[in-house]
Design a protein around this ligand. Structure first.
Ligand code: CP
Length: 309
């Protein structure tokens, strides 16, 4: 079954077949990445532009490694230091990059919907690397892939997403991905950081961290996105850590051993203590490792897709 979409704008637009195809393709690339020679010639006639209007460590490096390991030519654009500061628009910037015979665009932007807007205006495949508080589809794919790898399947598993649900594109993409793959999902955090009516997406809501950890098989712990909060939504980071920070004593008090995930970057001592982040229950670095294979699968499967959406 081919992919059902021309661009990867969000998990919302994908179906379970698309996600399974990406996972199975990533399995093949993960096996190749264990070999001494990791580079393939598959996309040697393809050029990919990584267009980042917002800071990134993991996603940008992971996409670049994925593209290079597929043999593609890569051009990196960061808005800081570019002609964006002289007033150049997003469309002009990307059209100028594309006129240099670039085939695909991977884009991160602080504005929700920016990758969709681009897909309406350029004749090249767009991959969303995170847009505002909307979606971060490749993060959700690598998170789902890591759960599948560790637990054998996503279907039937209980996954908790904990923290700043309101401002997290990782949360929304994970909710779509996990529900499409048959998991049960609870979002947990302080009431001010959980959107009203989020139950309508099909998730449970909890304000009690201990009960949520006792319920779940996997806890995906999210960063407080202070840069997206325009008014205080809790008293202090210290108080947040007291009520919603995950620590080892708490995990040890549970009736079973759960897996801990985090998309990064971690604010150690706030949402996650170091004794958890660095413990054998943490699969955080496995997530990062899997990100390269999953992004290779995404770039490979979407390469050659063209045309306005
Ligand atoms: N997980 C994630 O998106 O991290 P970066 O912001 O470092 O890319």
């Amino acid at each position: 079954m081919p992919l059902s979409v021309k661009h990867l704008l969000g998990i919302k637009e994908l179906n379970a077949n698309d996600i399974n195809l990406i996972f199975k393709t990533a399995d093949n690339f993960k096996a190749i990445l264990q070999r001494p020679v990791k580079k393939l010639p598959t996309l040697q006639h393809t050029t990919v532009a990584n267009v980042f209007y917002e800071n990134s460590t993991r996603t940008r490096i992971s996409f670049e490694l994925a593209e290079r390991r597929l043999g593609a030519d890569v051009v990196n654009f960061a808005a800081s230091g570019s002609s964006v500061s002289k007033g150049e628009t997003l469309i002009d910037t990307v059209k100028n990059i594309l006129s240099m015979k670039v085939d695909m665009v991977v884009m991160r932007h602080s504005a929700s919907g920016a990758p969709w807007f681009l897909s309406q205006n350029i004749d090249a495949c767009v991959i969303n690397a995170g847009d505002g508080i909307n979606e971060h589809p490749t993060q959700a794919l690598l998170d789902g892939y890591s759960i599948r790898e560790k637990l054998g399947d996503i279907s039937g598993k209980r996954i908790a997403i904990i923290g700043d649900i309101m401002h997290s594109r990782v949360a929304l993409s994970n909710i779509y991905c996990l529900l499409k793959m048959g998991a049960e999902v609870t979002v947990a955090g302080p009431p001010t950081l959980i959107p009203k009516h989020i139950e309508a997406l099909g998730v449970h809501v909890s304000y009690d961290l201990k009960k949520t950890l006792e319920w779940c098989d996997v806890a995906n712990v999210l960063r407080i996105q202070l840069e997206r909060q325009h008014k205080p939504l809790f008293s202090t980071l210290r108080e947040y850590a007291l009520y919603y920070g995950v620590n080892k004593a708490m995990l040890n008090s549970l009736s079973k051993k759960i897996l801990i995930m985090h998309p990064g970057p971690i604010n150690r001592g706030v949402e996650l203590n170091s004794d958890v982040a660095d413990s054998d229950q943490s699969i955080i670095l496995d997530q990062v490792e899997n990100g390269v294979a999953v992004r290779m699968a995404v770039i490979y499967l979407f390469s050659g897709k063209k045309g306005l959406e």
